[in-house]
Design a binder for this molecule. Structure first.
Ligand SMILES: Cc1cc2nc3c(=O)[nH]c(=O)nc-3n(C[C@H](O)[C@H](O)[C@H](O)COP(=O)(O)OP(=O)(O)OC[C@H]3O[C@@H](n4cnc5c(N)ncnc54)[C@H](O)[C@@H]3O)c2cc1C
Ligand code: FES
Length: 337
């Protein structure tokens, strides 16, 4: 696949098997340092069986704490990209990835940092925890929920870290096989006197919903959704076929080009699907950039954008799940890279 200005190449210098189904990939960018903040992620350009499967993976490393850049990927049963990364990527291989992005990052604060992680949700939270320990005097308290001890990613890493920072890092483990699922009461008990703290939440959707509702009314809550649950309620529905807008939408993907009539209010992602493509997407909420593509012609307005950076927007990239062609744009051409 030709290289693109959006993506840069990095060599996988080391692969560590963290648990039976989670691996950490150490990445060395070929063209100089990659700037990122703790808690951020990149989009990896992955192709599985000839189909684009770009996916977001968070950094498990932290700037100011780790010399190397790492990301940690958990296999998702039946999942295209996570299994491809586990089964096909070897040390010495190269991967393509975008610049770092995301708003699941640290804000200046004096309060403790509370981290709530379910399963692979530990990845960005570990990064935040390490950065907080290295760069501030704040206390860090983590509540890590996993099915069992064998599935607990970074179990030993966190135990070592807590031993090195006994006054500042506290890790509470919740293993479902010993205590059943985490409850709202467990979360409230964990928060205790730190109700004014910044809370960072990442894990499977039911875990996120439980923690977020249990934290309601406490300090600031930051959430990172990995996707994979129910489609978000905010997904706009495709407008009825009989409603037409003047103009066309042309979708270009993998060398194929298809032009269809514009429909008012329809996102470019919906248009691409209607045109017969299977475009990449994940959150459909403007958070992950998995659906990004470049506008080659015409204009469109994004309903939300929590994933693209200003320079990418200036270059013409859009989140196709959020971008609706402007009414006066007679011809819109969007290309998935
Ligand atoms: C901001 C962000 C950061 C992330 N960071 C991380 C991280 O650090 N580590 C990490 O492990 N993940 C992370 N993720 C999740 C990651 O991006 C992927 O979504 C995840 O790895 C699954 O991708 P996949 O291609 O393997 O699965 P997909 O192919 O996308 O499949 C997802 C789900 O759909 C099901 N499915 C797929 N195909 C079918 C089918 N034909 N019929 C029925 N069901 C099907 C699968 O079984 C699976 O349950 C992050 C996501 C986001 C948005
Ligand atoms: S699918 Fe996540 S931003 Fe569009």
């Amino acid at each position: 696949m030709p290289s693109s200005p959006l993506f840069r190449r990095a060599t996988v210098t080391r692969i560590v098997q963290e648990t039976a189904d989670a691996r950490t990939f150490t990445l060395k960018p070929l063209d100089g340092p990659l700037t990122y903040e703790a808690g951020q992620y990149c989009i990896f350009r992955i192709t599985v069986d000839g189909r684009p499967a770009p996916r977001a993976y968070s950094f498990s490393s932290a700037p100011g704490f780790d010399d190397e850049i790492t990301t940690t990927v958990k296999r998702v049963p039946g999942g295209a990209a996570s299994n491809w990364l586990h089964d096909h990527v070897r040390e010495g291989d190269e991967l393509e990835l975008t610049a770092a992005r995301g708003r699941f990052t640290l804000r200046p604060a004096d309060t403790p940092l509370l981290g709530f992680c379910g399963g692979s949700g530990i990845t960005p939270v570990l990064s935040l925890a390490k950065s907080t320990l290295a760069g501030t005097d704040r206390r860090v308290r983590l509540l890590c929920a996993d099915r069992n001890r064998g599935q607990a990613i970074f179990h030993d890493t966190l135990t070592d870290l807590a031993a090195r920072h006994p006054d500042r890092l506290d890790v509470v483990r919740h293993l479902d096989d010993l205590r059943g699922y985490l409850s709202a009461a467990d979360i409230k008990e964990f928060v205790g006197a730190d109700a004014g703290a910044d809370a960072y939440v990442c894990g499977p959707e039911p875990f996120m919903e439980l923690v977020e509702s249990a934290l309601a009314g406490t300090g600031r809550v930051f959430s990172e959704r990995f996707g994979g649950g129910e489609a978000p309620a905010s997904v706009p529905t495709t407008p009825p076929a009989h409603v037409k807008a003047a103009g066309t939408v042309t979708v270009v993907m993998q060398g194929r080009r298809q032009t269809i009539a514009k429909r008012p209010g329809e996102t470019l992602l919906q248009s691409a699907r209607r045109a017969g493509f299977a475009p990449p997407f994940s959150c459909e909420a403007g958070n992950c950039a998995t659906c990004m593509a470049i506008l080659r012609e015409g204009t469109a307005t994004m309903r939300a954008n929590d994933a693209l950076m200003d320079d990418e927007v200036a270059e013409g990239y859009v989140l196709t799940c959020q971008a609706v062609p402007d009414e006066d744009a007679a011809s819109v051409v969007v290309e998935y890279e």
